[in-house]
Design a protein around this ligand. Sequence first.
Ligand code: BV8
Ligand code: ZN
Length: 229
Amino acid sequence: MRIVILTGAGISAESGLDTFRDAGGLWARHDLADLATPEGFARDPALVLDFYNQRRRAACAAKPNPAHAALARLQKDNGDQVTLVTQNIDDLHERAGSDPVIHMHGSLFGALCGACGHRWPAPKVMRLADGCQACGAGSPRPDVVWFGEMPHQLDRISAALARCDLFVAVGTSGAVYPAAGFVDLARDSGAETLELNLEPGDRASAFDTGRAGPASDLVPAWVDEVLGR
Ligand code: BV8
Ligand code: ZN
């Protein structure tokens, strides 16, 4: 059975990482226009670098939780039948043993030069003064996808959605596109769709089935079911 899994910030919540739209979440405390758009970065690059330095520090201090571990187990037992796509920019899926992980919105652990497109591993703390290693231009940015920017590997994701038998969304509010539309692509290609979330997301009605609860309970139980089939 070919499975596509899409994870969001909710899968890392029990590892202590902030979500965006829950009470007290990142977008409740910050204006996403200042921190997660190219315009915001152009206006105040130091503010944006600091925001991502803080999140990189938090991600390094966090540990994968049983939900990450269960998805890694599923991937190990099912090889190329499982396509894991994450909207998250932390590395908890990798640290739980998942491989490959499609980071459609980029990663905290990558740096990108806006001038020449060069990419390199991000230092723990990114500073404005650290120019690009290839062209020397100033203000390199985190290699993440901001609002208005093209997410990564969409053709690979769409191809997997077009031929999957099951699409599972874990811990995502379904508020941001094109990720929020993946359930429609999966359903249109005849796949079964399942939402695992603390509470129903914005696209809950588009899923065949929804289970409510914390990811660290729901995901291991669901993986046991799939592996037991
Ligand atoms: C683009 C990276 C052009 C940076 C992020 C229609 C089509 C296409 C685009 C648009 C469109 N309509 C509007 C747009 C523009 C925009 C958009 O969608 N805006 C929204 C606000 C309306 N989209 C874009 O700009 C995208 N690019 O459109 O390019 C294009 C067009 C078509 C096709 C291709 C390209 C780029 C968007 C990417 C922005 N970058 N993050 C960073 O991390 O700083 S967005 C960020 O928020 C995440 O990456 C994620 O994508 C998004 C949603 O976050 P979630 O992960 O879902 O987290 P959230 O807090 O919202 O929800 C948490 C969930 O977890 C909740 O449901 C909660 O109940 C649950 N939960 C909590 N605790 C637990 C739990 N679940 C289980 N267990 C728990 N313990
Ligand atoms: Zn450069």
